[in-house]
Design a protein around this ligand. Structure first.
Ligand code: G
Ligand code: G
Ligand code: MN
Ligand code: NA
Length: 249
């Protein structure tokens, strides 16, 4: 069988699950919330990562039902955690159909999650087009009170002009900037400049991919107020995320 064939059944068979990676405050490391990340527990091939199956889901017309499932499940699982953590969920540009804001509103209502606790992450790709329809959907989400983050900022397609054209409330600064800190001399200044730019545009920042204390110190110096990376926690099942939160208070 092809992986795509199996993916058609994965949702019905309960083979998809979400792992949660902590988002922490800079510099005190308090847990602010979690990013939900999809995993596919394949009966024969073991755990399959989203980089493999999200493109298949997009090509097979399955990204809308899978994406809806991820948002509903993440809202429901997170609503039961103590301390009102926030929740970030990745969204493919193909999910931004006219019915999407109503579907997000229904997920929030069913879970009893306040809209301000939810943020949707979108990578600016060739698929994220600045059409009237896309902008209407994004403004519809903003009107619900949901945040919208530009994911993987600084890679591939992302551009400064996109930051102004789309109603983003947050920028997630790609791991590549943190990776370069030890190697590329101007990288600390570059990180600071991006954070400064986001402040001018009144957008919050999250710096991704922090693995070491040295990297964390540079992120703190940059003025970025939120961080994510293996230093604080890997993506983990909801039960572990709950334990981490209980330990954090
Ligand atoms: O943990 P990691 O390998 O989990 O995730 C890799 C990438 O897969 C993320 O950067 C994200 O863009 C994508 N991804 C993870 N979960 C989802 C999801 O629920 N929906 C979409 N559209 N993409 C996801
Ligand atoms: O949505 P996005 O592409 O930003 O998803 C985050 C991806 O980055 C996930 O695949 C997640 O597992 C991965 N990730 C998160 N923190 C770290 C880190 O500190 N180091 C590395 N190498 N990967 C990370
Ligand atoms: Mn993301
Ligand atoms: Na991403």
């Amino acid at each position: 069988h092809s992986l795509e064939h199996d993916l058609h059944r994965a949702l019905d068979e309960g083979a998809l699950e979400l792992h949660y990676q902590p988002l922490v405050a800079v510099p005190d490391r308090q847990i602010l919330g979690f990013e939900a990340l999809l995993r596919w527990r394949h009966p024969e091939r073991g755990m399959i990562m989203p980089q493999t199956f999200i493109p298949l889901a997009e090509a097979a017309g399955l990204i809308v039902p899978i994406g809806d499932w991820a948002i509903r499940t993440a809202c429901a699982e997170l609503a039961s955690l103590p301390g009102r953590p926030k929740l970030s969920v990745n969204v493919s540009p193909l999910q931004l159909t006219a019915r999407f804001p109503a579907s997000v509103a229904a997920a929030l209502k069913a879970a009893g999650l306040e809209p301000a606790r939810l943020e949707l992450e979108i990578t600016e790709t060739a698929m994220l087009r600045e059409t009237e329809a896309t902008l209407t959907v994004l403004h519809g989400l903003r009107n619900l009170g949901v945040g919208i983050a530009m994911d993987d900022f600084g890679t591939g397609f992302s551009s400064l002009s996109a930051l102004k054209r789309f109603p983003f409330t947050r920028v997630k600064i790609d791991q590549v900037f943190v990776r370069n800190l030890g190697e590329v001399p101007e990288s600390a200044s570059l990180l600071r400049a991006i954070v400064e730019l986001c402040k001018v545009l009144r957008m919050a920042t999250t710096t991704e991919g922090i693995e070491t204390e040295e990297q964390f110190a540079a992120v703190a110096a940059s003025g970025s107020t939120e961080a994510q990376g293996y230093l604080f926690g890997r993506p983990m099942p909801i039960r572990q995320a709950t334990l981490l939160l209980e330990r954090d208070d």
